[in-house]
Design a protein around this ligand. Structure first.
Ligand code: BGC
Length: 761
């Protein structure tokens, strides 16, 4: 166990310690016995580079299990499963002596075009946060650290190292920071990785508000902040803001800048002490990890990867119960992806898999009937031909069922750039068209890291969303097609009808160094619901080979929690897992809100005929919105609607819960409005009394008097009027001195604990 204080180090040593020795390791300081540790990507497997290093997945890495990337994993809506993946990756890291795995990524999928959506969980912060926390818990329970990334508002790849994400405080707090907040508070990641981009004009890597005020002071983070690889713009500014470790190292160049800044009095040495101590603490934690002897049980992890992948698949459509397939069915497997799977995305998360299976072989292994195969198209479209197309149609004609594998070519989505459309390649759609014409029993299996448009969704019998499923994805697809596994995945993001319907359309990826988050809090399903737009498949949707009935839904506030209960029955003939979802809405709100927001979910496994009472808990504080006037979370009072369902648009019932709101009493000043005064617990009653006294002896004309006598009418007309200016209007029976007296008296009656300070932003 390392017990070293940064005060034992020289200025030069402290500066050196707060940047990497190279691409993947921290520096050792032999004089005090401090060893170096290694970090590696992340997040859906271990990318330990033993030789040449890079952050784009170009050079090789040691073989490791490639688990399903976050896009698939999130569709499991299963924190326990996600924790098992985190734990398995940690075991692999421990065997390889890697101290910290660089993940998970909990950035919100703001636009379906983001090239890195495959590495992120969801368009919803609750789902992303719960799953991210599970991953961190799983990994860290094995003594391996994690790096929660990319903090924050890094929701695109275009110009990612410079672009400013211009986002208002409500969406920033309620959506873009919320998943990070949950993971930090609930799972305590050892490190947080700051992102490349700017937030409202300030680089994340030198953003004191983000890295110190919010992350440490508000959320209580006590770990280390590491830069994304190359995210440091100004090391001195960054360190002062709370960015502890620069990665990769700069070969000493920026260490010297720190030393010079301290000597010149431009940087407080105490800030450097803190950062160096955090590196020491990280190394110390890593040293505590129990030794894990190899070799890796490759087969066991491959089996886990297969099971996780199968539970991540989303059955979008299954008309006439075409699936699962009978083992004896004669099937035509069509599409190059069935043979050459697309199972992970490109960039820094690229894993060198220990095994790789493909759907065609695995279908052949499970089938007892004839399995025909036709490639149909070429992976990059360059070899598409009439011959391939007619070959596919011919195979489909001869089969009971045609299974068409469609997907995005690898070069369509990657870290480093964004997509420009959500369309599948035209050549692939033409093949599907020909197959469909030849055989009505057509099943589409999709391989994609970001959502794709599904213009054929009404014309095929079944659609299986396979996302990117990792090295055992081929087997997992076969398991689902043949019912070895009953699918239970649900969409963690909306599949829109058209790109144009997406809330970021026109505001993505921005221009001239800025991207404006103009849709505010209405991201993903929040937007489609608010606008009443039709979608291809809604957030939370996913079918099963069995059916679930919901009944007896109730919700009640008990202490600081809303307890929701629902009875769920498996009315079909197979065992299955259902994910029960609870959404909350507040129709009459002082702020813009989505009609419903996910606030809780729970998975329940039911045998055929089995019934269970499911409980979901919604902490009262999760109802809060970010009040920009008070600069804090506020629970608004009112009648909240709790909707319970199988997806965001398959609501099976609900209940109302009355919630008492938090008082927001802002100190009064000249710019407080008439409405603010009337709402003020001290000033309001005083003013009402004064008004009625005045009206009793007034000679005011009848229109003015009747308006003053009717508070509702008065609020409508002059509710927004600043009280400091009202005195200048002719006939107003109040002087500025009386206004000042009222302000002073009202503010003095409430102590500071009862009043919230006015936000400065
Ligand atoms: C990515 C990070 C990754 C790092 C190291 C960066 O390009 O944004 O997610 O952890 O490289 O490879």
């Amino acid at each position: 166990m390392v017990e070293i204080s940064s005060s034992e180090l020289t200025l030069e040593e402290k500066a050196a310690l707060t940047s990497g020795a190279d691409f993947w390791t921290t520096k050792s300081i032999e004089r005090v016995g401090l060893p170096s540790i290694m970090v590696s990507d992340g997040p859906h497997g271990l990318r330990k580079q033993a030789g040449a290093s890079d952050h784009l997945g170009l050079s090789g890495s040691v073989p490791a299990t490639c688990f399903p990337p976050a896009v698939a994993l999130a569709s499991s809506w299963d924190p326990e499963l996600v924790a098992r993946v985190g734990a398995a990756i940690a075991v692999e890291a421990a065997i390889e002596d890697v101290a910290v795995v660089l993940g998970p990524g909990v950035n919100i999928k703001r636009s379906p075009l983001c090239g890195r959506n495959f590495e992120y969980y969801s368009e919803d912060p609750l789902l992303a946060g719960v799953l991210g926390a599970a991953w961190v818990r799983g990994a860290q329970s094995h003594g391996v650290g994690t790096s929660l990334k990319h903090f924050a508002a890094n929701n695109q790849e275009t110009d990612r190292m410079r672009c400013s994400s211009d986002v208002d405080m409500r969406p920033l707090r309620e959506l873009y920071l919320r998943a990070f907040e949950r993971v930090v508070k609930q799972a305590h990641p050892w490190t947080v990785m700051c992102s490349y981009n700017k937030i409202n004009g300030v680089y994340a890597s030198e953003n004191r508000w983000l890295l110190t005020q919010v992350l440490r002071d508000e959320w209580g983070f006590d770990g280390l902040v590491v830069s994304d690889w190359g995210a440091v713009n100004d090391r001195v500014k960054g360190l002062a803001a709370g960015m502890d470790l620069e990665m990769p190292g700069s070969g000493g160049r920026t260490d010297t800048q720190l030393v010079d800044a301290v000597r010149a009095g431009r940087l407080d040495e105490a800030a450097l002490d803190k950062a160096a101590q955090r590196v020491i603490n990280l190394v110390a934690k890593a040293q505590e990890r129990p030794h894990v002897a190899g070799p890796l049980d490759v087969d066991a992890h491959h089996r886990l990867a297969r099971s996780v992948a199968a539970h991540s698949i989303v059955l979008l459509k299954n008309d006439g119960a075409l699936l699962p397939l009978a083992r004896s069915a004669r099937v035509a497997v069509i599409g190059e992806f069935a043979k050459k799977p697309r199972y992970q995305g490109a960039g820094s998360s690229l894993i060198n898999p220990t095994r790789l299976n493909n759907a065609l072989d695995e279908i052949r292994a499970l089938s007892r009937g004839e399995v025909l195969y036709a490639p149909g198209y070429s992976l990059d479209g360059s070899g598409d031909s009439e011959e391939l197309l007619t070959g596919a149609a011919a195979a489909a004609t001869r089969a009971d069922v045609a299974i068409v594998f469609l997907g995005l070519p690898p070069e369509d989505e990657s870290e480093g750039y964004d997509r420009t459309s959500i369309d599948l390649p035209a050549g692939q759609l033409a093949v599907l068209e020909a197959v469909r014409a030849a055989n009505q029993n057509t099943v589409v299996v999709l391989s994609n890291g970001g959502v794709v448009a599904l213009p054929f969704r009404d014309d095929v019998a079944a659609i299986v969303e396979g996302w990117l499923l990792g090295q055992a994805g081929g087997g997992a697809i076969a398991d689902v097609l043949y019912g070895v596994v009953n699918p239970s995945g649900k969409l963690a993001e909306t599949i829109p009808l058209r790109l144009k319907d997406n809330p970021t359309y026109g505001n993505f990826p921005g221009e001239l160094g800025h991207v404006r988050y103009g849709e505010g809090v209405l991201v993903g399903y929040r937007w489609y619901d608010a606008r009443g737009l039709e979608v291809a498949y809604p957030f939370g949707h996913g079918l099963s080979y069995t059916a679930f009935e919901y009944s007896d839904i109730s919700a009640e506030l008990s202490g600081d929690e809303i307890c929701v209960h629902v009875t769920v029955s498996n009315t079909g003939k197979r065992a299955g897992r259902e994910v029960v979802q609870a959404y909350v809405g507040l129709a009459k709100s002082r702020v813009t809100r989505a009609p419903r927001e996910l606030k809780a979910f729970a998975g329940v496994v039911l045998q055929p005929g089995e019934t269970r009472r499911v409980e979901l808990t919604i902490p009262r504080c999760d109802l809060a919105y970010w009040d920009v006037r008070a600069d804090r979370w506020v629970v608004e009072g009112g009648a909240y609607r709790i909707d319970v369902g199988a997806s965001s648009r398959d609501i099976r019932g609900g209940a109302w819960v009355d919630v008492k709101g938090d008082a927001v009493v802002l100190p009064l000043n000249h710019n407080s409005s008439v409405g603010d005064v009337l709402d003020h617990p001290i000033a309001g009653p005083l003013v009402r009394e004064q008004v009625s006294q005045f009206l009793a002896g007034s000679h005011m004309d009848s229109a003015g008097a009747s308006m003053m006598a009717n508070e509702e009418a008065a609020r409508k007309m002059i509710g927004d009027f600043p009280i400091g200016r009202i005195v200048s209007f002719p006939g107003m029976p109040v002087t500025i001195e009386r206004v000042d007296e009222l302000i002073a008296y009202a503010n003095a009656q409430l102590d500071s604990a009862q009043q919230v300070t006015q936000a400065t932003q």
